[in-house]
Design a protein around this ligand. Sequence first.
Ligand code: NAD
Ligand code: LMR
Length: 328
Amino acid sequence: MKVVVTGAAGQIAYSLVPFLCEEGIFNSPKKIDLNLVEIPQAMERLDGFVKELEDSAYSTINSISTFDNIQDAVIDADWCLLVGSIPRGIVLNGKEIKERSDLLKINGGIFTEQGSAIGKNAKPSCKILVVGNPANTNALIGKINSKIDSQLWMAMTMLDALRAKAQLAHKLNCHVDEIYRLAVFGNHSPTMFPDLENTFVDGKSAYESINNHDWVENEFLPRVQQRGAEIIKARGASSASSAARAACETVKAVEHPTRSGDVFNAAVMSDGAYGIPEGIFSGFPLISDGRGSIEIVRDYSLSDFAKTGLKRTADELVAERNLVKDLI
Ligand code: NAD
Ligand code: LMR
């Protein structure tokens, strides 16, 4: 089992790689060959991390290798977790990067090269999770440049779903495990649409249990949509431990069958489901059979409020696609 992580000397990877090395994540008895990728300037920092991973003596690991080029790192890869890229909140050329979309031109180029390398060198069955922002459009750039259909490209919206579950559990005074069918549609950006109208807690509609549309629209939605910015403001750096856990949860969700009656969240290439235009990466409710096949769940009923939210986030994704026309 070959697993590639880019941005491996960064803050997300520092939590993510140990999570991935725990037993059972990949639902496979095979040991892991871990390929860690960084830019040349960060290789020394990466070597320090590798020493710590060696000292952790994971029983799941067969080998750990480091790379400063993507082409060799992804040869025969089963999984690629594409974290390497610039986060927002930092100052570049005297200007603070405020929105994830401001990263399009800076990070987009990384994904042309990585997409093409994965298409040529990784396994035809390779699964790819894009974490680096703007994740949805980076995934689109990567997939188009891979020029191969059999690989599964996803962008991470699991963190948004976990954030929404945490807020809902707090509101309804329930445990996060009691929440079913919570879906986050659209972009990993302030336009994302976490839907509560199809969410169930203890067999009952979460929306009806809350019985307060004003809270849903004016407290819950903005809180989840702006959580990334809230964390940057408080920490002085973008979320890392929670992002790492969400990435690991996405791998687990793909590699294990989805629990009965539930969904998991990731952004995949739209085929027109729920009126989201084809050919953009949008968050959808998904199920996995645990044997490599994932599907969009198509039975959510959308109110006019939800339809307006989905249109707004889809419009933003189409606009992002137009901005990277030269890369796809
Ligand atoms: P970081 O700056 O700590 O680490 C990023 C690492 O990527 C750095 O070590 C850098 O050297 C490396 N890198 C840059 N270009 C690379 C390339 N071409 N190949 C390999 N490595 C490269 O940042 P971080 O906090 O780990 O965040 C990484 C990305 O994840 C950011 O874009 C951030 O916005 C994004 N993010 C996404 C989500 C999500 O929910 N989708 C959540 C949190 C953060
Ligand atoms: C997040 O949602 O925490 C990440 O996408 C980082 C960011 O820029 O908000």
